[in-house]
Structures are given as structure tokens and as C-alpha cells.
Ligand binder design. Structure first.
Ligand code: M6R
Length: 607
């Protein structure tokens, strides 16, 4: 997730406006920053890695000439956060500058083609192919807007792109597919941006750009064109009434709620990971003598769920281990045949990194899944995958958890394929279902919000909660418990449901809330028994079920229905959503700040 911005001002210099806008987009990423302006038929660029303030202190981002320009704040995906990978990127002749938010899936092959035709690349990004393509098209005689149109026709993936060219120095052309893009309209000036807050101090009039549309900004305002039929689109501006504080969170009251709602998008991004990294990691897993899945907190719960995925799909036994226990538990036995798949959103968790150090000293192979390119974990791992969730500000991990599940399930599926452990029909079905997850999650968030809010109102004064699930859903139960405890300060327990009768059931007294996670999988029949055991002792039964599960509806005091149709190994993704929402609304009801729970930090860098 990056932030892009562009502006055409009637009067004044664009650079300070771009700088201010990028600061307001910094929540979208802060690995590097850059600005390009047009002045007297020349392109002026300043860019470097580091946070905006750091780069500004070094390069004075306000000091570029010209009233037209584009800017970018980067969340590194392709290419580490180095200066040469910072946007804007240019063509061979430094005539065209482009900024981009999204992922170009087929960039490697396109780059190869361009290189064969003599183009020289300076970065490792997917974005740089864009100005080079435009350069070719413009040399063929196309205008800037036509050249961008022809360029995006060749791209697979997601993008919001803004480009300027010295050959047409009076305009910015931008285009969108699946990455956000809005146009802002002031009396004299016009803007394009990834998000409204970028231009909110200047104007509250905006137009949303839809997928497959190209926009030309100039002194007259904006023109929108549909790429497919090349017809002009008429869309009048709307008015946004956010305060600057609300704007930071795109109108949501908290980052956590914003991030819960971002899951359809972050999950879509996990479906665009580069095959070569997924395949490489799969090969390492295939060759491993033993596989440990190591992490802390929410990331550990993703590992626990993944152990079921690897076992069920690829018939690979893995050991999920809490990182702070790894050295004590396995430190002496780990060896050259061991492989650790280490999962950490931040890539900076001290317990996780200590595990890596210990394991590497004993010659084990370390693979990593993280959300932060350039983090320590990416530097110490043999191979790493960036899950591409974008920055997560709320202390509670939400979108990064479901993304981890998506990536881990893709690895399990690839391994199953590589080992020939599942049929073609099953593979195709799983691949199809994986693609459907973002839409399923989107639907569920919308349909569950109100119901979950009401549940939180009803149960807000309960002293303690119990979360139970069987099989892969026991990981979901643990995650639901962690969320509720960490942000609503509600003491909670979670167990595999079968284990509850070996001790924890003694806690149950009339009205004790027990939340059961019940997808319609092989564990469904057995969990009915566990529900009955709790019911018999007067517990208040809350079930999270698949839509139409009349049997459990009739047994429960409350139910939340999930529309899924997903196979068991993918069920944790939609099933955790209502638990995230429940924790959030409980925190609100109990007057806790969900974004900054007491005693916690987003990244725990002490052991
Ligand atoms: O950055 P990491 O994934 O390594 O962080 C691990 C835990 O600290 C983290 O998941 C923590 O449990 C979250 N606050 C949970 O919401």
C-alpha cells in the first residue's frame, strides 16, 4: 500500500502542496518518498528512502520549481526500500515520471521484453516498466493519455498510477484498477490522490475514479474516460464532510475498524504474490527434514492454523511453536535438516528474531513471512515473502492475520501440488475458493456489523468469556480470545473444544458466555456434543455458524451466520471476522481505546 498524489495549481509552486499531501498519506507507507515537478519543459525530481521528514531534512522537498507535479510515499513491495526504488520512476530519457500504488503481477516478463528492446532500468520495482512503456508509445506518436491507455492494457494486477511528461507539460494523467484513486476539485486547482485526506485542507469536493477509467487533469479541471470503449464519463463532484481527525482514518472512528474493513483489499493483495517466491519457499518446505512454524501472538495463531493446512493438504507434519519457547523446547535438537517458517507482521519481534538467531547458529534454514520489507526478519531469512497488507496502525492485528492465513494456505496448496497429494479437481476447487475469499469477507463484514454490535451491547458487563473450536477452528478460538482480552480487557479463555471438559468446564455457571466457532466441517458433529455439555450447565451459548445451520441455531442463545461455502482449511479467514468485530465493539462498550490498548506496543522489541 503506497500513497500517490498529483496537483495542478493555477498559481504557486506544486512542491510544498505535494509535500503536505504526502504527509497526510504517510499512514499508507513510509519507506521512501519522492516528488517530480514540471517546469520549463524539464522534469525535476527529488526522492530518497526514509520517512518524509527525514527525506525533507536532507533534500528540502519544498524546493522544486513548477506548478504541476506528482508525489509518492512508499510501502515497499517489489524492491527493498532504497533510493533507486523510490518513486517517481522515469523513462530512459527522463521525460516521463510515474507514481504507482498497487502490484503489477506480470512485470518481470514485461521488463524482460523492454530490456530486450534496449530500455535501461534503474530500479527493482514493478512500477518502472510504466514510464518505459509510455516512452515507447509516445515515440510511436501517441499522446500521453493514449500512451497510458495502451500501457495499462498490458498490465495484470492492481494499480493507481499518475504520470507527467515534459512533452505535454500542462497535464497529469492518472488511471485506476483496484487501487484507490480520487480526484479533488478546488476553485483554481485540481488534484489526484490515493485518498481524500491528501487534498482535504484545500478542498472537500471530490470525484471517485472507478476501475478501468483514465483521468486527464489540466487547468480546465478533469476529464474521465472509460478505457474499454473510450467514451467520456460524466461524474459530478461530491462533498465530503470529514474533520481532519476523521480524515486520517478515512471516516472510521478507529484504525482498528478501518483495518477490519480493509481486509477484502489486503486479501486481494495476497492473491497477487509472485509465483517465484511462493514456489521457492514451497521447495524449501518440501526438502525439509522437519518444519517448525514459529511466531508470537496473532502470528502464532496463523501458524497454528497453518499446521492444519499443511497436514490436511500436503500431508506434511509441522510443529507450530511460540517463539519465546522455541529455544527451550527445540533449541538443542534443531539442526541442518530443520526448516523454520517464521511469521511476523512487523518482522521486528524480539522473541521471534532470537529464535532465528539460535536456529541459524545450528545451521537451520529460516524462511519468513512478514508484512514489512526491510525489517530485520527480511534481512536474516534465507527467503521471505511480503504479505502486502499495507501498514497496520491499530495495535490489534486484524488484516495482517487474515493475510497471513491466505499466504500460508497458498503455500500449503502449492506443496500439496508439488507432492501430488491432492487431485486436480481439489486443487482447482481450492484455487477458485481462494479467489472468492475477498468478496466473501467483504459481504460478511457488511452483514455482521450490526448484529455483532448488538451482541457487544448485551454482553459488555460479563466478567469472563470462553472461546471454543475444534480442528483448525481452535486457532480461530485462540485468536478471538486474544483480540477480546487485549483491547476490551475482558478476561477470556480459549481451548480446543474437546479439551474443555478436562478442567475448564468447572468455571461454567449459569449465564457464562461461551463462544463456539462452528464451520460445517468434519468437526461439526462433535462440537454439537461440546455445546450440549456447556448448555447443560447453564452457559450462554453464542455460535458462529455457516448460513443455514438450523441445528446449531436451535441450540444456541445467539448466533452469527457466515456466508462462506469455503473448504475447511480456508474457513478461519471468514470465521475470525465477527470475532474481530466483537472485540472492537466490546472495547467501545467498555470505554477502552481499541487502537492503543494499555501496556502493549505494536511491535514488541524486548524479550
Ligand atoms: O509483529 P508480529 O507479528 O511478530 O507480532 C506478534 C505479536 O506481538 C502480535 O501479533 C500481538 O499479539 C498483536 N498485538 C495481537 O493483536
Amino acid at each position: 500500500m503506497c500513497g500517490i498524489f498529483g496537483c495542478i495549481l493555477k498559481n504557486g509552486e506544486a512542491a510544498p502542496t505535494i509535500h503536505g499531501a504526502l504527509k497526510r498519506l504517510e499512514y499508507r507507507g513510509y519507506d521512501s518518498v519522492g516528488t517530480a515537478t514540471l517546469h520549463k519543459n524539464k522534469l525535476f525530481i527529488k526522492k530518497d528512502n526514509g520517512k518524509i521528514d527525514e527525506v525533507h531534512a536532507l533534500h528540502d522537498l519544498d524546493n522544486l520549481p513548477g506548478r504541476i507535479g506528482v508525489g509518492h510515499t512508499r510501502w515497499a513491495t517489489h524492491g527493498a526500500p532504497y533510493q533507486e526504488n523510490a518513486h517517481p520512476h522515469t523513462d530512459c530519457e527522463n521525460q516521463i515520471a510515474a507514481v504507482h500504488n498497487g502490484i503489477i503481477e506480470n512485470f518481470a516478463e514485461l521488463k524482460m521484453e523492454l530490456e530486450e528492446r534496449g530500455h535501461v532500468f534503474r530500479s527493482k520495482t514493478d512500477t518502472e516498466i510504466i514510464p518505459h512503456f509510455i516512452e515507447e508509445e509516445m515515440k510511436e506518436g501517441l499522446t500521453l493519455v493514449e500512451a497510458l491507455r495502451e500501457t495499462v492494457k498490458q498490465l495484470d494486477g492492481s494499480y493507481a498510477i499518475a504520470v507527467v511528461s515534459v512533452k505535454e507539460p500542462d497535464k497529469i494523467v492518472c488511471v485506476r484498477k483496484e487501487s484507490p484513486l480520487v480526484v479533488g476539485i478546488a476553485d483554481n486547482d485540481v488534484y489526484c490522490a490515493s485518498d481524500i485526506p491528501a487534498f482535504l485542507p484545500m478542498t472537500n469536493r471530490y470525484v471517485i475514479v472507478q476501475d478501468g477509467e483514465i483521468v486527464v487533469l489540466n487547468d480546465e479541471g478533469y476529464e474521465i474516460w472509460n478505457i474499454l470503449d473510450w467514451k467520456q464519463v460524466t461524474r459530478n463532484p461530491e462533498i465530503v464532510d470529514w474533520s481532519p481527525k476523521m480524515a486520517e482514518k478515512q471516516g472510521y472512528p478507529h484504525f482498528m475498524l478501518k483495518e477490519i474493513n480493509e481486509q477484502p483489499l489486503s486479501l486481494r493483495n495476497t492473491l497477487r504474490l509472485q509465483d517465484q517466491y511462493l514456489d521457492l519457499m514451497t521447495t524449501f518446505l518440501d526438502r525439509a527434514g522437519e518444519v517448525f512454524l514459529v511466531a508470537c501472538g496473532t502470528s502464532y495463531h496463523a501458524c497454528l492454523a497453518a499446521s492444519y493446512m499443511f497436514s490436511k493438504l500436503a500431508l506434511l507434519a509441522t510443529h507450530p511453536v511460540i517463539a519465546s519457547e522455541f529455544v527451550e523446547q527445540h533449541g538443542k535438537s534443531v539442526n541442518i535438516d530443520s526448516t523454520l517458517l517464521v511469521v511476523s507482521q512487523s518482522g521486528e519481534t524480539a522473541d521471534t528474531l532470537a529464535t532465528v538467531d539460535g536456529a541459524k547458529l545450528r545451521a537451520a534454514t529460516v524462511l519468513a513471512l512478514t508484512n514489512v520489507v526491510g525489517s530485520t526478519l527480511t534481512r536474516v531469512a534465507r527467503v521471505y515473502i511480503c504479505q502486502q497488507s499495507g501498514p497496520e496502525v491499530g495495535v490489534a492485528a486484524t488484516k495482517t492475520f487474515t493475510s497471513q492465513l491466505s499466504v500460508l494456505s497458498q503455500l500449503a496448496l502449492r506443496l500439496a501440488k508439488m507432492r501430488g497429494k491432492i487431485s486436480h479437481v481439489e486443487i482447482e476447487n481450492l484455487e477458485e475458493k481462494l479467489e472468492q475469499i475477498p468478496d466473501i469477507v467483504e459481504k460478511n463484514i457488511q452483514t455482521q456489523k450490526e448484529k455483532v454490535k448488538q451482541l457487544a451491547k448485551k454482553y459488555r458487563d460479563k466478567q469472563c468469556f470462553f472461546f471454543l473450536g475444534r480442528g483448525i477452528s481452535s486457532a480461530v478460538a485462540l485468536e478471538g480470545k486474544l483480540k477480546l482480552m487485549e483491547i476490551a480487557y475482558a478476561p477470556s479463555l480459549a481451548y480446543p473444544a474437546g479439551e474443555s471438559k478436562h478442567g475448564p468446564i468447572s468455571l461454567i455457571e449459569p449465564g457464562f458466555p461461551v463462544i463456539f466457532i462452528c464451520p460445517k466441517d468434519d468437526t461439526h458433529k462433535t462440537i454439537v456434543g461440546n455445546i450440549m455439555e456447556m448448555k447443560a450447565r447453564g452457559a450462554s451459548i453464542i455460535v458462529v455458524i455457516e448460513k443455514g445451520d438450523e441445528e446449531l441455531k436451535s441450540l444456541a442463545d445467539e448466533y452469527i451466520e457466515i456466508e462462506t461455502g469455503l473448504p475447511e482449511v480456508l474457513s478461519p479467514i471468514p470465521f475470525v471476522i465477527p470475532l474481530q468485530l466483537f472485540a472492537y465493539y466490546m472495547a467501545i462498550e467498555r470505554k477502552c481505546d481499541p487502537d492503543m490498548p494499555r501496556n502493549l506496543a505494536k511491535s514488541v522489541t524486548v524479550r
